[in-house]
Design a protein around this ligand. Structure first.
Ligand code: ADP
Ligand code: MG
Length: 397
C-alpha cells in the first residue's frame, strides 16, 4: 500500500465518486445477467460469477461474451444490458465503509460533494435508495452538467465551485483511473480506492492508494479522525457464512504453520464481492466441537498472489487434527487491516500472529463477545454435544 505523499494540511472539502467508490455496482451484475442468459439459451453458472468481480462493465461484458459464447459485440451487449441495469438502482448496495464515511463527514461539518460521470438524474435515482445520502452532499455534479466527463477535470472543478472552495482544498476519493486523472488534472488531492483488484500499481498518480473506504484515515489530510476504532479493531455490521470445510491451497499449515479452514468459495460469490479484502475476525462454530475465536483473511493473499479471492479462517485453538467435511459456521464481527504484501515469509507470519493477538483480545469486549451466542453458530452444534456434557463453548487460550 502506498504511503501518502507529504501534503500541506489544507483539506477542507471532500469530493466523492459514486459507482465503484460508494456503491457496489458490480453486485447487481448477476441479477441482471442470469435472466438475460436464460433468454439467450444459456445457463448461468454461479461458479463463473467471481470472474466478474471488480471488473469494469466493459471488461466484464467481454468476459461474459467469451465464457458463454454469445453472438454480440461488446458494444451491442452493453447497449442491451444498460437499460436492465438501470432498473436495478435500488438493489445496488453501499460499499463497505461508504455509509460510515458519509456520516462522519456530515457529523463533523466537512462539506462533501458527489461528482460522477453518470447523468444527474441517474445519480439522484441511485442515492435516493440510500437513507441520509442526498442530504449529506452540499453539491452533486453529474456528467451531463459539464462539457466533458472524467478524465477531464471539469466535474471536479464544478463541484469545488459549487462548494465555494478552491481545488487545492479538495480531497477526491475515486476508484477508477479516469477519475484519478480527473482529480489530479483539477489540482486536487486524490485518494484512489481501486475497484479492480491487484491493479494498485496503475494508480501511482494518486496521492494515496487504499484498499477500501474502511481504510480512509481522515487525519492524514488534516480532517477529523474516525473515533470508532476500539483496541485496533473496527466494529462492522456482522455477517454470517457457513458450509462444509473443504481442501484449500494446502499451504496454510505447511508453509505458514497456520491452518485455515476453507469454505467452498463458489457458494459465497455474492458475499465475496460484497466484502472488501482484508483481515477480519469473529466467532467460528464447528458442528461437533464447539465455538471458537477466529481470525481470517478475505482476498488474494498478495504474498502468494492467488488468482481467486478466498476466505481463510484460522480458528484460534489447537485441534491437533484436521476436520475436513465438518460444518463450519462463521460470524464476522470486526475488521483489523487491509491485505498487505510482506518482504518475507517471516514478516507475514509475524503479522498474522499479531492479527490473532488483536482478535483474541478484542473478542473479549462485550460488543464482540455477545455474538458468540448467535443462534446461527449454535444451531450448527450437534445435540449430543451438550447432552453428553461436552463443553459447547470453548474459549481458546
Ligand atoms: P487447506 O489448504 O486444505 O485448507 P491448511 O494447511 O490450510 O490446508 O489446513 C487447514 C485444515 O486444517 C482445515 O481444513 C482443518 O481441517 C484443519 N485445522 C486444524 N486446526 C485448525 C485451526 N486451528 N484452524 C483452521 N483449520 C484447522
Ligand atoms: Mg486452508
Amino acid at each position: 500500500m502506498a504511503t501518502p505523499k507529504p501534503i500541506a494540511r489544507l483539506i477542507s472539502h471532500v469530493i466523492l465518486d459514486l459507482d465503484g467508490t460508494l456503491l457496489n455496482t458490480d453486485c447487481v451484475v448477476s441479477q441482471v445477467l442470469k435472466p438475460f442468459l436464460v433468454k439467450n439459451g444459456k445457463k448461468w453458472d454461479s461458479k463463473k460469477a467471481h470472474k466478474l468481480v471488480g471488473k469494469t462493465p466493459y471488461e466484464a461484458a467481454a468476459v461474459v461474451l467469451e465464457d458463454y459464447g454469445l453472438p454480440y459485440s461488446t458494444e451491442e451487449f452493453l447497449s442491451m444490458l444498460t437499460p436492465m441495469f438501470n432498473e436495478q438502482w435500488c438493489n445496488i448496495k453501499a460499499l463497505p465503509g461508504a455509509n460510515r464515511l458519509i456520516k462522519h463527514l456530515k457529523s463533523n461539518g466537512v462539506p462533501a460533494a458527489l461528482a460522477s460521470n453518470s447523468p444527474r438524474s441517474n445519480i439522484e435515482a441511485k442515492i435516493s435508495c440510500h437513507q441520509g445520502w442526498k442530504e449529506s452532499f452540499s453539491a452533486i455534479v453529474g456528467g451531463d452538467e459539464v462539457e466533458k466527463g472524467k478524465p477531464s477535470p471539469d466535474i471536479f472543478l464544478e463541484a469545488a465551485k459549487r462548494m465555494n472552495t478552491n481545488p487545492p482544498n479538495c480531497l477526491v476519493i475515486e476508484d477508477s483511473l479516469p477519475g484519478v486523472a480527473a482529480g489530479k488534472a483539477a489540482g486536487m488531492h486524490v485518494i484512489a480506492v481501486p475497484s479492480v483488484p491487484k491493479r494498485t500499481a496503475e494508480f501511482s498518480s494518486a496521492d494515496e492508494v487504499i484498499n477500501s473506504l474502511l481504510d480512509v484515515k481522515p487525519e492524514k489530510w488534516g480532517l477529523p479522525p474516525f473515533s470508532d476504532w476500539i483496541d485496533d479493531t473496527l466494529p462492522i455490521e456482522p455477517w454470517f457464512i457457513g458450509g462444509p470445510v473443504i481442501k484449500g491451497f494446502g499451504r496454510g499449515s505447511k508453509v505458514l504453520g497456520i491452518p485455515t479452514a476453507n469454505l467452498p468459495a463458489e457458494n459465497f460469490s455474492d458475499v465475496l464481492s460484497e466484502h472488501t479484502s482484508g483481515v477480519y475476525f469473529g466467532w467460528a462454530g464447528l458442528s461437533t466441537r464447539g465455538i471458537y475465536k477466529m481470525v481470517m483473511s478475505i482476498g488474494w493473499n498478495p504474498y502468494f498472489d492467488n488468482t481467486e479471492k478466498t476466505i481463510e479462517p484460522w480458528l484460534l485453538h489447537d485441534f491437533g487434527e484436521d476436520f475436513y467435511g465438518e460444518e463450519l459456521r462463521l460470524v464476522i464481527v470486526g475488521y483489523i487491516r487491509p491485505e498487505a504484501n510482506f518482504p518475507s515469509l517471516e514478516s507475514l507470519i509475524e503479522r498474522i500472529h499479531e492479527d490473532a493477538r488483536i482478535a483474541e483480545k478484542a473478542l473479549n469486549l462485550p460488543l464482540y463477545a455477545k455474538y458468540k451466542d448467535s443462534p446461527y453458530l449454535r444451531n450448527s452444534l450437534k445435540e449430543d454435544n451438550s447432552a453428553n456434557g461436552n463443553q459447547s463453548v470453548i474459549d481458546s487460550k
